[in-house]
Structures are given as C-alpha cells and as structure tokens.
Ligand binder design. Structure first.
Ligand SMILES: [Zn+2]
Length: 105
C-alpha cells in the first residue's frame, strides 16, 4: 500500500496516481515550476541595495532613539537623511511620520 490514490487528474484528466492538489506527478511538477517562476525572489521589488538602505536607515533611527535625541532634532536629521534613502522612499511611510510631527507641534 502506497497510500496514494489513483484518480482523475484535475489538470490533464488522466486516471493516474495523485501526488498533490488533485494532480498527477507530471502536472504537479509542471504547476510547481510555474509557481516558482512567479515567486522568483531575485526579481522582487526590493533589491539588495534597497535592503542595505533599509537596514542603515533603521539603524540610524535606532541610534537616534538610543542617544535620546529630541523629536525636533530627529526630524531635522531625518530631513537630511531623506536624500540618501531616495530609492526606498516609496516604501517608507512618510505620511505617518509627518502626521506625528504635526501632532507634536
Ligand atoms: Zn495530470
């Protein structure tokens, strides 16, 4: 007993041993390859240089917090850093930060 069922493959309609997702081995493999192409990590939106910027930027913010830098000074430094993190700016929530500074006056 293999434990696997023989049934009609949902992909090709052949009576075959079903591997997973109601598909035979060939169709399951094909589907997996297809999915792999879609979830290609190397073509992700966030590139390696972006990751570096994210890390550096968050490290800078953590450092400012650890130093006990005032909110006003952080905003001034952030204004300077903004130019350096231009490539990842779409990923940083600017609205949230601006809203915060408005509230604090
Ligand atoms: Zn099949």
């Amino acid at each position: 007993m293999s434990g696997r069922k023989i049934a009609e493959c949902q992909e090709c309609g052949e009576l075959r041993e079903i591997i997973a997702d109601e598909k035979c081995f060939a169709c399951y493999q094909r589907a997996r390859r297809r999915n792999k192409r879609i979830v290609d990590r190397h073509s992700g939106a966030i590139k390696r240089e972006h990751k570096k910027l994210f890390r550096a930027y968050s490290n800078a913010m953590v450092a400012l917090a650890d130093l006990g830098v005032s909110h006003q000074d952080i905003m001034a430094i952030k204004g300077i850093l903004d130019a350096y993190v231009e490539p990842i700016r779409p990923y940083l929530s600017q609205e949230g930060v601006d809203e915060n500074s408005k509230n604090r006056g």
